[in-house]
Ligand binder design. Structure first.
Ligand SMILES: Nc1ncnc2c1ncn2[C@@H]1O[C@H](COP(=O)(O)OP(=O)(O)OP(=O)(O)O)[C@@H](O)[C@H]1O
Ligand SMILES: Nc1nc2c(c(=O)[nH]1)N[C@H]1C(S)=C(S)[C@@H](COP(=O)(O)O)O[C@H]1N2
Length: 169
C-alpha cells in the first residue's frame, strides 16, 4: 500500500508585541520554518501579529477559512502575563480541541522546565485546519514542536478525511 496523501500546507503566526513593531528579530518563526520545511511541511505563509485577541483570531480564521491551510502553528503569548492571549484567541476560533496534544507538550516540557506548567497552549481544529500554540522562546517553540511532530501526519490525515485539493498560495 502506498503512503496516504494529505495536505501539509502551513502558516506560521508569531504572536509578539515587540516582533510586530520590528523591535525584535523573529528567531522563533525562522527556526520553526526551517524545522517544518525539513519535515516536509509546505509553509506558504508566515507573519507576525501583536498580542491582541481580535488580531490573532482574525488571522487564524483567515488562514483556516480563506486560505484553507492544513496547519497553523502559532508561537508566543501562551503564558500568564496580562498580554498573553494566544490560547484565548485560539479557543475562540476552534470548533474542537485536542487536549491530548496540548497535554503531551506540557508533560514533555515539564521534564525541561517547571515553567512549562504555566503554558496555557491550546491545540484544536477549525474546519479542516489544525491549530497548535507553541511557546514564544525559540527553545520552547522548537522543543514543543518536536513533541507534536510524530503525531501530526496521522492527525492531519484524519482531520482532512478525503481531501483531494490542497491550498496554494
Ligand atoms: N519570536 C521570537 N523570536 C525570538 N525570541 C523570542 C520570540 N518570542 C519570544 N522570544 C523570547 O522568549 C522570551 C519569552 O517570550 P514571551 O512570549 O513572554 O515574549 P515577550 O517578551 O512577552 O514578547 P513580546 O513583548 O514581544 O510579546 C522573550 O523575552 C524573548 O527573549
Ligand atoms: N519545552 C519547553 N517548554 C516551555 C518552555 C521551554 O523553554 N521549553 N518555556 C516555558 C515558559 S518560560 C513559559 S512562560 C511558557 C509560555 O511561554 P510563552 O508565554 O512565551 O508562550 O512556556 C513554557 N514552555
Amino acid at each position: 500500500m502506498g503512503e496516504k496523501k494529505f495536505c501539509r500546507t502551513t502558516a506560521i503566526v508569531t504572536v509578539s508585541d515587540r516582533g510586530s513593531r520590528g523591535e525584535r528579530d523573529d528567531i522563533s518563526g525562522r527556526k520553526l520554518l526551517e524545522r517544518l520545511n525539513a519535515e516536509g511541511f509546505e509553509v506558504l505563509y508566515q507573519e507576525i501579529v501583536p498580542d491582541e485577541i481580535s488580531e490573532i483570531s482574525r488571522v487564524l480564521r483567515s488562514y483556516a477559512d480563506d486560505k484553507k491551510v492544513a496547519l497553523i502553528i502559532t508561537t508566543g503569548g501562551t503564558g500568564v502575563s496580562p498580554r498573553d492571549v494566544t490560547p484565548d484567541a485560539s479557543l475562540a476560533v476552534v470548533e474542537r480541541t485536542i487536549p491530548g496534544m496540548a497535554e503531551a507538550m506540557r508533560a514533555a516540557s515539564l521534564q525541561k522546565t517547571p515553567h512549562a506548567m504555566i503554558s496555557r497552549a491550546v491545540v484544536g481544529i477549525r474546519g479542516k485546519t489544525l491549530i497548535a500554540n507553541l511557546p514564544g522562546s525559540p527553545k520552547g517553540a522548537l522543543e514543543n514542536l518536536e513533541v507534536l511532530l510524530p503525531a501530526l501526519p496521522h492527525a492531519l490525515e484524519k482531520i482532512q478525511g478525503d481531501t483531494s485539493e490542497c491550498a496554494t498560495r
